[in-house]
Design a protein around this ligand. Sequence first.
Ligand code: FES
Ligand SMILES: [Fe+2]
Length: 415
Amino acid sequence: MILDKTKPVYSGTSCYSHRLFINSDYRSHDELTIPTATLSALQKARDNKQQLPANCYIDQDIFSAEMEKFYAASWMSIGFATQYSVNDHAWSLEVLGAPLLLTRDSQGKIQVFHNVCRHRGHIVLDKVKAAGKLLRCPYHSWCYSLDGKFLSAPFWDGTEGSAPDTLQKKSMGLVPVEFTIWYDVIFINLSGNAPPFAEFICPLQSRWSRNRPQKALRFMSNKRFSIEGNWKLAAENFLDNYHLPWIHPEIGNSVEASLGLNVENLRLSENIIGFSHSTAGADKSKTTTPLPQWHEMDPLEAQRQDLFFLFPNTCFVMEGTYLWAMILQPLDVDKCEEQLALYVVGEEALAEKFKASRKQLCDLINNINAQDMKVIESLQKARKSDVASLGIYTPFHDKLGELFHQKILDTLLTE
Ligand code: FES
Ligand SMILES: [Fe+2]
């Protein structure tokens, strides 16, 4: 579905739903203009391969342009399928200001729709969550099934029991939003303008699907982190392995890996960047009892950690015994939220004998992520100074940061 770009589709806020990606001062597309002076600064940074100017992290115009150019136009992630695990339920969400509806039917099938009634455009589900097999618009009681089909409109032609004809009914369903679930992450194409998902994910799919099947994932925990910082700083920090020995000393003696000596920087595509490194040198195991590994994985591969960022907002860390996925949710130019979900591998990993190890792993990863909050907030504070525009890249460690910055600049500067 292609949204009409002349309308302020992503404007407005509400308190009725599970709010994601909200900017309370969101403006219409007509107002999405970056001042010429700002554009010149971006152009200069791109031409000289410099870090992003400090105002990229504090300027509301740039933030609005990013929401349109990166988020609405790409495969953005909005949550984890495991969060919506109850059959015969519907949830209302708000993404970039647009009211959406996520349903799960009796067979467990998830679908995403615009939460807008086809009659006069009232919100169909006006609470966070509802149980039942049908959705009833509160305004004039039009009803829809959980798969979005139109069911009924009372007194359609003024007489009791009347209804539109079968052909008409078919075109009166809720408007779907294109979505895909991949390694439990729900990705949506809100504008309808993103390339096919298979094309977007292909490089990572080919890397992982052979011996790390999605169906083996077992959900372990899901935690939210609120950050007083721009979403890009959270992404950049995720891609930075230089800081590990100083900010996360409990990871153990992984200095070699942290300092890049065995790190392989990877640009899988224009939209997927990250790195891979061996964890074999770490002197501390993450868990006392080793958790079950992916089947058919050779020992060397099982010791590697893959870390990838998928533009605009999805992070994955894959190891031999677990996966963690993180969604960055921009809330405003200087505010975002991270949602981190952790998975182990196979049913066996949920056994009682691994209970302590699962807790150790959860605590370790959530604590490490919590340590990064202070870093991101400090980076944000420093963006009030123009000196933060003068950052200097190291020749090795900041390769991914450089790629990230260039992608942001290229996209912002594209008409
Ligand atoms: S607007 Fe929904 S039934 Fe009228
Ligand atoms: Fe970190």
